[in-house]
Ligand binder design. Structure first.
Ligand code: RTP
Ligand code: MG
Length: 149
């Protein structure tokens, strides 16, 4: 089954909207298979955001994601990468569509609440950075038999 990596950033944790965010992903039909509340060490930030390390916004992005605890998660479901990106919304919450997490819960790009993998390759790479294989839990959600065609 397809998996995606999702991270509630420090602003989301500090604002107490973890539950509201998880509720949206759960209600959609996605299955939570791993979760960890943690402070990101610098090495993981550099690895996770390797594609952005040379960008002008990287120093502030790094300070932002290290400014408090994050909730790292793995969510499973058919087509989960694209589905979660649509639920998360555009990078800039000011432009993100209403109904999306960023559109409903954030104000600016530098505090955009949540991260989600942008491709299956990114998901595999990011899951490996943040979780070991034995932290991914195998179980059946009670609605699985009626969730898919
Ligand atoms: P993410 O990786 O966090 O899910 O966000 P994304 O794909 O929508 O956006 P991406 O281009 O990958 O950027 C990663 C994060 O860097 C911050 N950012 N700041 N000031 C800026 O121009 C700028 N651009 C990006 C945001 O926190 C963004 O989520
Ligand atoms: Mg990205």
């Amino acid at each position: 089954m397809d998996r995606t990596f999702v991270m509630i950033k420090p602003d989301g944790v500090q604002r107490g909207i973890i539950g509201a965010i998880i509720s949206r992903l759960e209600a959609k039909g996605l299955k939570l298979v791993a979760a960890k509340l943690t402070m990101l060490p610098e090495e993981k930030v550099m690895e996770h955001y390797a594609e952005h390390v040379e960008k002008p916004f990287f120093p502030s992005l790094k300070a932002y994601v290290m400014s408090g605890p994050v909730l790292t998660m793995v969510w499973e479901g058919r087509g989960s990468v694209a589905i979660v990106r649509r639920i998360v919304g555009a990078t800039n919450p000011a432009e993100a569509a209403p109904g999306t997490i960023r559109g409903d819960m954030g104000m600016e790009t530098g505090k955009n609440v949540i991260h989600a993998s942008d491709s299956d390759e990114s998901a595999a790479r990011e899951i490996a950075i943040h979780f070991s294989a034995d932290e991914l839990v195998d179980y059946t959600r009670i609605d699985e038999p009626v969730l898919y065609e």
